[in-house]
Write a protein that binds this ligand. Structure first.
Ligand code: BTN
Length: 251
């Protein structure tokens, strides 16, 4: 642990670790003991996880890896919106701290020029059948100078886009500021949906490849429904809501 401070009243406890397997795993392991609105930041992750058990590249001090634990005042219906507001808050923190306007991919990926710069891994904790809370894990590729070959065509960093280093704590405090704002407004779902839609070029009339019931299909994105799920149109089915974030843009 070390002693960098995070000054924002929204966060009730701030834990800063030098190195950990994954901040989401740490939050899960210690979940019963952690206060509502704890933020765990790590300088390095040895087993950073993305969605679908993919690895998340997490070199020491080159990027931002953190998880937020939310235990109180949320209901199951809020969960898709927490995903959306997390990515909106990442969007805004990048805009403020790096002066770049990114692009959102449903449900919570952040892109710059068609390369991924940040992602969100939200995991939900149930106690018997009651929602006990959620862990929102966020990775933002801040100062990464070189990605492994396998990621070079799909990932970018703020450093690679701006050719200058950025303060990790500056992005983090901007993130918390924006997240706190959206969290207070989380029941204003139409407003959140509208803002999210206005920050995404990928959610309307884009060609995608998606696997439905094990069958890969081409489809066209058709916006979001009132619950925050993606609507798509396939040849054989006029309009379908999708829950899986695993799809490929082919435009
Ligand atoms: C994705 O886009 O697949 C989600 C990536 C989430 C990565 C972050 S880094 C901090 C937190 N700890 C993890 O192991 N994963 C998330």
């Amino acid at each position: 642990m070390n002693n960098i401070e995070l000054k924002n009243a929204f966060i009730k406890e701030f834990i800063h670790l030098d190195i950990i397997s994954s901040t989401n795993d740490f939050a899960k392991e210690h979940f019963p003991l952690l206060k509502d609105k704890t933020l765990i930041l790590a300088d390095e992750q040895t087993a950073g996880r993305g969605r679908f058990d993919r690895n998340w590249f997490s070199p020491n001090k080159e990027a931002l890896y953190f998880s937020m634990v939310i235990k109180k005042n949320i209901v199951i219906e809020d969960l898709p919106f927490l995903n959306l507001i997390s990515s909106l808050a990442v969007f805004k923190s990048i805009q403020d701290a790096a002066a770049i306007i990114p692009d959102l991919k449903w449900p919570n990926d952040v892109y710059i020029k068609k390369k991924k710069v940040a992602g969100v891994l939200m995991e939900t904790i149930f106690k018997t059948d009651r929602l006990a809370g959620t862990i929102i894990g966020i990775g933002i590729n801040a100062n990464i100078k070189e990605f492994p070959l396998s990621l070079q065509s799909s990932a970018t960093s703020l450093y690679l886009e701006n050719n200058q280093e950025i303060s990790i704590m500056c992005i983090l405090s901007k993130f918390v500021e924006h997240f706190a704002h959206y969290f207070r407004k989380r029941k204003s779902r139409t407003a959140i949906l509208e803002e999210w839609l206005s920050r995404s070029s990928m959610v309307l009339n884009k060609n995608i490849l998606i696997t439905i019931n094990g069958i890969p299909k081409r489809a066209i994105t058709k916006g979001l429904n009132a619950q925050g799920f993606l609507l798509i149109q396939t040849e054989d089915n006029p309009l379908t809501e999708i829950f899986t974030p695993d799809y490929l843009l082919i435009d």
